[in-house]
Design a protein around this ligand. Structure first.
Ligand code: URA
Length: 238
């Protein structure tokens, strides 16, 4: 991370003022004065001091949120729509969503300030399972479930083999569970629309071994360190 950004993140000064502090030679990294603006540091390892005062290394946080419908998976919105970080009341860190759910999708969303972790979880190569419950229009047949499992041709390519099953029927609707590890844009909605069953309501109910248990809509909790280790292992053991 660029040194000035780190100083601003840690609350040492505004971004602009942090650049001034650097050019004035008031910032040291691991004991040496740094006056180069583009200097990059590792926030977890490097010792950064301003006027001889140590900035505490940034603690990593990992949050599991049950996102309500009507929130953007973003840190801010130019049009002032509600964003998921508004729901995290007790964190003053710069956290951001790990992956995304559509504005009208509900369910599990991770948030963190750990970029490496975010890359691990998001990258389809790491095959983290994401489980969804979709309420769709019409009665889904077994044949359609087979198609969803095999792969659906979307305009940006064929979807990877998935798991799919019918959870139940309502009059003129079906509740379907699908597990995928890709993250194509609006993938579940597009897959189901493609087989003639538009999604009316979508909820993410699982990310790897994480579930919605204990989290009502809008609630969140911090992951335990064991869960973080297990998630990283799940991503790396593909
Ligand atoms: N697939 C979708 O269509 N929407 C989401 O929010 C997540 C997966």
């Amino acid at each position: 991370m660029r040194l000035a950004k780190y100083l601003a993140n840690q609350g040492a000064a505004s971004r602009r003022k942090s650049e001034v502090l650097i050019s004035q030679g008031r910032v040291t990294v691991n004991g040496s004065t740094v006056s180069e603006q583009g200097f990059k540091i590792d926030p977890q390892k490097d010792r950064v001091e301003v006027d001889g005062k140590l900035l505490m290394p940034e603690a990593k946080v990992y949050i599991l949120l049950n996102k309500p419908s009507g929130y953007l998976s973003s840190v801010s919105d130019p049009w002032g729509r509600p964003v998921v970080v508004d729901l995290i009341k007790d964190s003053n860190r710069r956290i951001y969503p790990v992956g995304r759910l559509d504005f009208d999708t509900e369910g599990l969303l991770l948030l963190s300030n750990d970029g490496e972790f975010a890359n691990l979880i998001i990258h389809p190569r790491h095959q983290i399972d994401k489980k969804y419950e979709a309420l769709v229009t019409g009665r889904v047949s077994k044949d359609t479930i087979s198609k969803l499992k095999k792969g659906i041709v979307l305009e940006d390519g064929i979807t990877a083999p998935a798991q799919a099953r019918i959870l139940g029927y309502e009059p003129e609707k079906t509740l379907v569970e699908i597990i995928i590890h890709e993250g194509k844009k609006r993938q579940i909605k597009r897959m189901l629309a493609c087989v003639g069953h538009p999604v009316e309501k979508l909820k993410r109910t699982g990310i790897a071994f994480l579930t919605l248990e204990g989290l009502s809509v809008g609630q969140y909790r911090y992951l335990t360190s064991e869960e973080v280790v297990k998630l990283k292992a799940a991503a790396l053991n593909y």
